[in-house]
Design a protein around this ligand. Structure first.
Ligand code: CTP
Ligand code: CA
Length: 221
């Protein structure tokens, strides 16, 4: 029953959400990635669906089951994520939420064959990846955009910088240095910033935080 939607706060709206890590290939068997579990993004997708939205979830590699009633599109790299997210927004989107932990850099080239070890040290040239959130927020037809900021210090300052620099409607900041919260955890505590205000949520389960976030966003959409 819940999967079909209990709420109507987002009925008639299309929500596009990015989630999980990206993987940037080094050679056919190796990659650069991070510890993102995708839990916050999947919880937001479920909460948005339960509020009556059509939800498209652009997901990097995670071990989570797709939330009921949510359309999942799988991606691997940051470049894939930008392409799929842009395509989903082109199809029509009222709300874009970026929870993905996108690799900021990728290896300049992916070796065709598995790299053999030889010298005592190895350097890999890395190049910057495209920023999906900034690209979507910068569109002339930008939907309401919400970013996440995982920080280990100066959380409020870095988060409000990102809010302004990326021209977001809202940013959800979490301190990933807090023990037992954030990356890979069931629980989280966040502070939400928008131009002119802020509100702290939790510590609570990611499911509860997701529901509160969707309610806050729906009030402002
Ligand atoms: N983001 C994105 N594409 C990227 C990098 C980040 O869409 N290539 C999004 C994330 O999903 C998140 C927000 O931007 O919603 C902030 O990500 P974060 O890594 O905290 O910020 P960066 O701009 O990458 O800055 P830095 O890592 O230097 O703090
Ligand atoms: Ca980053």
């Amino acid at each position: 029953h819940g999967a079909l939607g209990d709420g109507t706060a987002l009925s008639g709206k299309t929500v596009v959400i990015t989630a999980g890590p990206t993987r940037e290939p080094i050679d056919p068997v190796r990659y650069i990635s991070n510890h993102s579990s995708g839990k916050m993004g999947y919880a937001l997708a479920a909460a948005a669906r339960q509020s009556g939205a059509r939800v498209v979830l652009i997901s990097g590699p995670v071990t989570l089951a797709p939330p009921a009633g949510v359309e999942v599109r799988h991606v691997m790299t940051a470049e894939d994520m930008l392409r799929e997210a842009s395509g989903a927004v082109d199809e029509g989107c009222d709300l874009f939420i970026a929870t993905a932990a996108v690799a900021d850099y990728r290896p300049e080239t992916c070796a065709g064959d598995k790299i053999k070890k030889s010298s005592e040290a190895l350097s890999l040239p890395l190049v910057r990846n495209p920023d999906t959130l900034a690209t979507i927020a910068g569109r002339a037809d930008a939907p309401f955009t919400v970013g996440f900021a995982a920080e280990t210090s100066n959380v409020a300052r870095y988060a409000t910088d990102k809010l302004q620099r990326k021209k977001l409607n809202m940013i959800v900041a979490n301190d990933v240095s807090a023990p037992g919260l954030g990356f890979n955890s069931e629980n989280n505590a966040v502070t939400v910033f928008w131009p002119g205000g802020q509100e702290s949520i939790g510590p609570d389960t990611k499911t509860s935080i997701a529901r509160r976030l969707i309610a806050m966003i729906a009030e402002r959409l």
